[in-house]
Design a protein. Sequence first.
Length: 382
Amino acid sequence: MALLANTAPAVIENDGYYDMKVLWYSHTMKVEHIKHQKDVLYLPEGSSIDTYLSEIFSHDTSLVTAVFGLVFYENKVLFTREADEGHPDIDIPGGHVESGESVEDAVMREVYEETGVTITDFHVVGFLEFTVPKQPLDYPYPTPKGYMLFYVAVLKEFQQGSEHAVWLTIDEARQTQWVQNNRALFESIYQEAKYLRGDFERSYLDVYDESGTTVVGTETYDTVHRQGLWHKGVHVFILTPEGKFVIQKRGPEVNLKPNMLESSAGGHINTGHTAIETVIYELHEEIGITVNESEIEYVGQIVDQFVEHDGVWKNNEFDGIYIIRKDIKPEEIIIGKKEVSEVVFVDAKEYLQKGIAEDPSIAHRPEEYKMLYTYLFDNILS
């Protein structure tokens, strides 16, 4: 991957938090600012910290004082058990860059010293920028600017590591002090790890105005959700002649609505594609079912808004709802994505009634289920 330097950061503020993800447009990059902190206790008075996510670091590496490595294997992330005074018991591996040492050598050394795990394939995912406006006495670090780098690595084979290595599941990691203090950064790095191990492909979405009628830009999937930008998607339901819906259950590691029942298939409408193309693609990609355009019935559109991961993930989405009446047998289903764990056949009327009643096992979209119930059964709900 070609990395470009000397690219100015685009700062996007949202209630004191900043959302992020590296964006690629015809070989140009935008660095996103995710957080600003003032009056940090452990820095001289008047200092501040700004956090960015980027796959490049274009500043002078001699100003980098420390490096950190987030190492992932499947659904686990590597922490280290610290014994130093002033550190939490569990922390991410990392530390100071030694004199004459490159930042790459430093992160490999720190991860190995603190966990016994060897990393060789890794890259920058973000950095902290420290601003110290005045030269304080006995301050050992660069002024007025200094940096800490964050790297991500995905292991192909598991390494247990030393006695200080602590492998946590993603849910366990979210309970640690470090992740709670750096939630937006952690979630973005975890998403990057899923791209690196091939769980998902990077995608770009058209961004709409609040009416959903005008395209105002294009952003990555991650940026759209971290900034709460308006975008479009589709939800499609296959209805068999026996009156059953073909319903997928989402996988345990998906970013949104894990382990919940949803639709037959669904997804975002990527830049350059239509809703109908997306319906056809998602059905084949997720459950192995092929349909043609003439089989697709448009039901209507809902607005799907929610916030997850403690406010890090914000969804503002216009979803087109579609029905396909088709004779499908269980043996025809081919699950093709990690985001789908299984497919079930359920009575359509009962499923919609449960969805309207906000059954916790079903993705929360009561307005969608009301729309489908009226469309399919022509009844007024009490």
